[in-house]
Structure formats: C-alpha cells, structure tokens
Ligand binder design. Sequence first.
Ligand code: ES4
Ligand code: ZN
Length: 348
Amino acid sequence: MTSSDFLQRLPKIELHLHIEGTLSPSLRWRLAQKNNIKLAYDSEEALAASYKTMYNHRKKKDGDILDPNGTPIPVFLDMYYGGMECLITESDFYDLAMEYFTKAASMNVRYCEPFFDIQGHTRRGVPVATVMSGLQRAREDAATKLNVKSNWTMCFLRDMSPESAMENYEAALPYRAVFHAIGLDSDEYDRPPSLFEDVFLRARKDGFKITSHCDVGQKDTHEHIHHVVTSMGGTGADRLDHGLNAAERPELIEAIKSRDLGMTLCPHAYHRRLSTEWVFSNVRKLFDAGIKITVNSDDPAYMHDMWVSENLALAQEHCPFTEKEMLQLQRNAVSICWADDAFKETFR
Ligand code: ES4
Ligand code: ZN
C-alpha cells in the first residue's frame, strides 16, 4: 500500500478548521453574484489567483517572534474576513458548510468539530438565527447523507471587545443545541486570552467545552499558552488550538502533559511562513513527550488547498512519522475529540 493509499483509507477526524476558511473561490464567486455583491476582482480566475498570494498571517508588528520579514499583500486575516461578505442568507451558510462536508467525505473524514466566527457575521448585520440555522441544517444533512458527523464550536474574535463576546454569547444561547464548545481566535497581538475570562467562565458553567487559539510565533505566546493551559475557565481550557511554541518551554510541556490536554496542530499553517526544521522538530518534540497532538488544516481554502489529508502527508514526511505513529495521531484525535463515547467506539 502506498503512503497516499494509507492516508486515504485512514478514517479521519478534523478538529481545527474554520468553516469560513473553507470558502472556495468558486462558491464565493457564485454567492457574490447571487447577492449582488461587488468583488474587487473582475473574474473568478482573478479571485482564485488572489487566494494563492497569501503568506503572512497579518502585517508584522513589534514583538512578533517568528513572523517572516516580507510584507506580501493581502495578508491572511484581511482575506479571510473579506471572504465573509458574500455570506448573507441561511442557504449561503448551508452551502458553505455542505461544500466542506462534501470535501470531508471525499477524504474519509468521518467526524469533525469546525469553528465558526459568529461576530464575523453579526457585525455585518447578519442575524444569529441565519448563521445557526444554515450551519445546523448542513450538520444534519452531512450526518445523514454523507456519513460525516460533526459538532460546531463557536469562536470569539479576540481583537473585538470582551463585551462583544458576551453579547454574542448571550444572543447565541437560544441556539445552544447547535454548538457544543466555545473558542477564541483572530489576531492575538496584545490580546491575552485572560481578557475573555468572564465569558469563558460563564460558558464552562453553562456546560460548554472551552478552547483557545495560541497561534505560532505571536508576541507573548508563552504567557498566552500558560494561561489557556492552567487558568482559562477557572482550571484551564479543555483543549489547546495550535500552541506549538510550548515545545520551547519544558514547563509548558509539563503543564500540558499533566492535564493530558489535547492540541490541534495545523502544520501547513506554520510551514507556509516558518522553516521546515523549526516546525517539524517541534511537532516531533511534543509527540515524543507523549502529548496528544492532532494534525488539522485550519483554513485550507486560503492556505494553498492544503486540507487535512495534505497536512497529514506533510507531517508524515517531515517529522517523519511511521504508519504506526500516524495511527497514534488518529488515536489522539479520537481521544481528545468531544464526540460521545458510543460514536468514539466506532473508530476503534
Ligand atoms: C485564523 Cl489562522 C487564524 N488565526 C487566527 N484566527 C483565525 N481565524 C481563522 N483562521
Ligand atoms: Zn485556527
């Protein structure tokens, strides 16, 4: 069996994926036409070409520890939020999610926990109900028609205020059947996760799982990781999204291990801007320390169409991981995911 046969056959779980980061140029083009939205590109081809030029996460700021020196434009976060403007109606959210779930089925992804950015939509005037209804309908159809099960995680944008996070949380609570967890994403610069403690404490009390991004190479990332691992929501989050810089600090490795905390890593998201050696030696280090790391894709449409299968192949090649170790990554995903136990059993 070739390595790509092995990866294709592997029943997969994806735990770090932003649904808005799966918006293909073709769907974006179609929705923009339908909704009479003027794009900055004259053709679908020009729009598609714009997806290929991104390299930086955002413009470099003082104190970033690992960002490259180049300043290509557009930067990732601008493109990502710009893409959202074509998402207006319930069926737009449904189509976005179904396009992803269909792709997931083709990769033998059997279960996923995608993120959505509620504020990315409400701040444009899209009602919470519109987002929730489209995502939930897609979730149900994906489970029955595609055999892809899922649970949604609602993220807050950390470059917006803690008050906005709380307002959106409360507006989303009537739809609590739609999502099972709360996360934190967007630009981390001078936005420690502790700023959002009120809403994370509240969400945990209300019975949601909690998680947070600590993206690679950001200013103060070690402090942010420390907070997420030890204190978020009172006793530490239920998972850590990214957090690869923990590999640089023995005390962070120890703290993650002692709580048996799972980590969702996205190798290409780092590799597109950092050295192969730095990225994969640190992935390997966390794996060898016995931490339950998983391999995921983040924003595949905006990251050179590197989906979970391609990210797994990248890790397999560069860490490098044997097939046995690849199976361990899969077991890690089963262990740290928030599916119910009966469903988890179907992966064994
Ligand atoms: C994101 Cl790569 C990344 N970083 C921060 N926030 C995000 N939201 C979607 N993708
Ligand atoms: Zn992410």
